[in-house]
Design a protein around this ligand. Sequence first.
Ligand code: GLN
Length: 284
Amino acid sequence: MTTVTTLAQALAQAQATGLARIDAQMLLLHVLGRSTRDRAWLLTHDADTLTADALARWQALCARRAAGEPVAYLTGHKEFFGLALQVDARVLDPRPDTETLVEWALELLTPRPAPRVADLGTGSGAIALALQQQRPDAQVLAVDASADALAVARANAQRLGLAVQCVHGDWLAGLAGPFDIIVSNPPYIPAQDPHLAALTHEPLSALASGADGLDDIRTIVAQAPALLAPGGWLLLEHGWDQAPAVQTLLRAAGFAQVQGRNDLAGIARCSGGTMPVGLSPAMK
Ligand code: GLN
C-alpha cells in the first residue's frame, strides 16, 4: 500500500475506491475534529499531512461508509434546516427533502400566533426542532413510539436549548388537541420494496409501513381530524409515487384544500389538507 501523507492524497485514494467525494471529505473533517461545514478548509489545507492514527481511523470510517452506513451515523452529526443535530442508528438519518415539509408548515403557521404543533414520529426531532427554532412562540410536541428515538430527540432539544416537549406515544393516540398543524414524516416504504435493502442501517420501524407503505399514513389521517383546530392542517411526507393515494385518503377523511408540495428533486413528496371550519370534530 502506498504511504498516504497529505489530505489531498488521502481524498484521491478514497475516491479511487468509488467513495463519493463529499462523503470522504465529511469523514476526514470528522477525524480531524473539524466541523462538517469546513469543506473549504480541506481545500486550503490539502498539503497538510495526516498522522498514521488519523489515517487509520479515517480509512475505517470510509470502509463502513462503503458498506452502507450513513455518513451521519459515522460522524454523529447531521445538519437539518440550519440546525446541528446529533443522530445515530436509533433514528432515521434526516433527509434534506424533509425540509420541504418544514417550509410548508412555517408558511401555514405565519398568520397564527402561539400555535400548537405536533410532529408525529419525530425521530431525531428534526422537524419539531426546526419549527420550534423558527417559531419560539409555538408549543411544539414531538411524538415517537420508540423510546430510543425519543431519547435522541430529547438530547437534541436540550443541547439546542429548544423547548420542544417530547412525548412517548403511538401517533395521536392519547394526545389532547386541538393542534393548528399536525406534521409527520412517517414510515412509508412498502414492506417488500427492494429500496429497503440499501437502508439496512436505519431503523426499519422508521422506514417500512405495511404492504403498500401506507399503513401508518392511514392511521394518522384517521386520527387527525378529531385533534385539529378548525382550519388546522395535516401535512404528511410520503413516497415518490404516493401523492395520489395519500390525497385520496385525505379527501375521504373530510380534508379540504388537499394539495401537495414537491421536494428538492421536483418529486411530489408531501401532501396535506385542512379541516374546514365548522366540520372539524374539535369544534363539537
Ligand atoms: N425518504 C426516505 C427514503 O426513501 C424514507 C423516509 C421515510 O420512510 N419516512 O429513503
